[in-house]
Design a binder for this molecule. Structure first.
Ligand code: G1P
Ligand code: ZN
Length: 543
């Protein structure tokens, strides 16, 4: 066995997006492709000599083989050791926790999140830094620049190691420690939540369904909900992580988790339903007969987190991505705490969490989290909801009704137009920009435009700025529409249209969201000409 240096050439298109590099699995499987990117990551963080890294992924197709490649390359590049989840499994929040708990130099997380998995589907890889969070933009920019100049990478010709054996082994002098993926994460959850109260909740007959969507949270949810907290066997469904996630989209929203939705809206609904995504950072929350939008979930959690022991001292502040509804802003205002509006993508929350400026963060795309790790965390959100339900003795529907009565309701929906030709999507955005000066004052049905601009962000902690983060059109009603091009797609462009309106009339707090938003939806079409630009009659996905 020996260290070898392989000559290679730059590979086009290795530009990481908001969540690392995501491509079709077959693209990653091309000769030298993964290797080039891994070497660029190592070089982009000033080498890995004597460094300690966490390595794990969501178990999708190619996860195991990619990990073997990464371990060989880490050894050849002089890393001291790697901490690896058994069978290559680590949820994204669990990986974040391991990086922090062990004070490592960061980690490599293998996932394409909620995108389908399989040989013909998606794969992804990202580097998280020593704080446990996704690498800052200047680091991913540096990594990308290196992919364009790389001429060689280092690996070894050593054999694969057995990822199923817990314990310590070596690859070319580098230590590999294989750990149970759940243990440390479960211990962290126990420090935050009242496990006694949760045991009491289940012992008292409270029933829930957790849909792991054949993805990574299965083992975590089974260990915590069923084995530790006493939820009946079978509470966690689709609990075994599969390389192709059973052929579905492991994306916890009413479309992809429709079986759970049907159950929760039906006559035999349990008290509570939840789901998580491919790599375990997203969540869906649904009560009996009551879906909770991610934006509302963030607001309710911010209002009531103090009911859980880990947050009993209150929150230092909250943060949401710009397209997320303003529901949490109203909670922050009432509590007199800071509320930050950041660009889309979890990495922007990292500085605020590190600086102690925010305790809870969230995105409209079903991501919620806190300062316990530096990623969003699906199972954490579920446990916080359970803790609030146990402490308040109320149902999800009662909590939502109380919340809207107190703060008003931010009706919210996102319409996605997927796989639009990139130039058509760009033209739609360009046409919108051209209207910034003329839109204010114009009326569309009952709505009048108050403002139109493009969001940019100056990081209050490190002073960096990010521009071009989405076009916002505000209405005098307090409603708004946001247009943004997705940064995580792997084919064509996805146009996201985020729609929101604010309601305080007690008689209008329980309407269907699409109905309540109809005037905003019509205004969005009138302003942007989505149909004319894309040739599409309707969005592909409405959440
Ligand atoms: C999407 C979500 C965004 C999230 C990201 C990673 O990114 O919209 O909130 O942070 O996935 O999970 P987008 O495709 O919109 O760029
Ligand atoms: Zn995810």
């Amino acid at each position: 066995m020996a260290r070898i240096t392989v000559p290679t050439q730059p590979i086009a298109g290795q530009k990481p997006g908001t969540s690392g590099l995501r491509k079709k699995t077959r693209v990653f499987m091309q000769p030298h492709y993964l290797e080039n990117y891994v070497q660029a990551i190592f070089d982009g963080i000033n080498g890995v000599e004597q460094k300690v890294l966490v390595v794990g992924g969501d178990g999708r197709f190619f996860n195991d083989r990619a990990i073997q490649t990464i371990l060989r390359m880490a050894a050849a590049n002089g890393a001291k050791s790697c901490i690896v989840g058994q069978n290559g499994i680590l949820s994204t929040p669990a990986a974040s926790h391991l990086i922090r708990k062990n004070g490592t130099d960061g980690g490599l997380i293998l996932s394409a999140s909620h995108n389908p998995g399989g040989e013909d589907e998606d794969f992804g890889l990202k580097y998280n830094g020593p704080n446990g969070g996704p690498a800052a933009e200047h680091v991913t920019d540096e990594i990308y620049a290196l992919t364009q100049t790389l001429s060689e990478y280092h690996t070894t010709d050593s054999a694969d190691i057995d990822l199923s054996q817990i314990g310590t082994t070596t690859v070319e002098g580098m230590t590999v420690t294989i750990i149970d993926p759940v243990t440390d994460y479960a211990a962290l959850m126990e420090t935050l939540f009242d496990f006694e109260a949760l045991r009491g909740l289940f012992a008292g007959g409270f029933r829930m369904r957790f849909d792991a969507m054949h993805a990574v949270t299965g083992p975590y949810a089974k260990a915590i909900l069923e084995e530790t907290l006493g939820a009946p066997a079978g509470t966690v469904v689709n609990a075994t992580p599969l390389p192709d996630f059973g052929g579905g989209h492991p994306d916890p929203n009413p479309i992809w988790a429709h079986e759970l939705m049907d159950l929760m809206m039906g006559a035999d609904a349990p008290d509570f339903g939840a789901a998580s995504d491919g790599d375990g950072d997203r969540n869906m929350i649904v009560g009996r007969g009551q879906y909770v939008t991610p934006s509302d979930s963030l607001a309710v959690l911010a209002a009531l987190a103090h009911l859980a022991p880990g947050y009993a001292a209150g929150l230092s502040g909250v943060a949401r991505s710009m397209p997320t509804s303003g529901a949490v802003d109203r909670v922050a205002a009432k509590k007199g705490i800071e509320c930050f509006e950041t660009p889309t993508g979890w990495k922007f929350f990292g500085n605020l969490l590190d600086a102690g400026r925010a305790t809870l963060c969230g995105e409209e795309s079903a991501g919620t989290g806190s300062n316990h790790v530096r990623e969003k965390d699906g199972l954490w959100a579920v446990l916080l909801w359970l803790n609030i339900l146990a402490a308040s003795g109320k149902s999800v529907a009662e909590l939502m009704a109380d919340h809207w009565a107190e703060y008003g309701r931010n009706y919210y929906s996102r319409h996605d137009y997927e796989d639009v030709e990139a130039d058509k999507a760009a033209a739609l955005m360009t046409d919108l920009r051209a209207q910034f000066a003329t839109l204010p004052g114009q009326s569309f049905g009952p709505l009048t435009v108050a403002s139109a601009d493009e969001f940019s962000y100056d990081d209050p902690v490190d002073g960096s700025s990010s521009t071009g983060q989405g076009i916002r059109i505000g209405f005098t009603s307090g409603g708004r529409v946001v247009f943004r091009i997705s940064g995580t797609g792997t084919v064509g462009a996805t146009i996201r249209v985020y729609l929101e309106d604010y309601e305080t009339d007690p008689a209008k707090l329980h309407r269907d969201a699409q109905e309540a938003l109809a005037p905003i939806i019509a205004a969005a079409e009138a302003i942007a000409g989505i149909r004319a630009h894309t040739g599409r009659d309707a969005p592909n996905v409405i959440t």
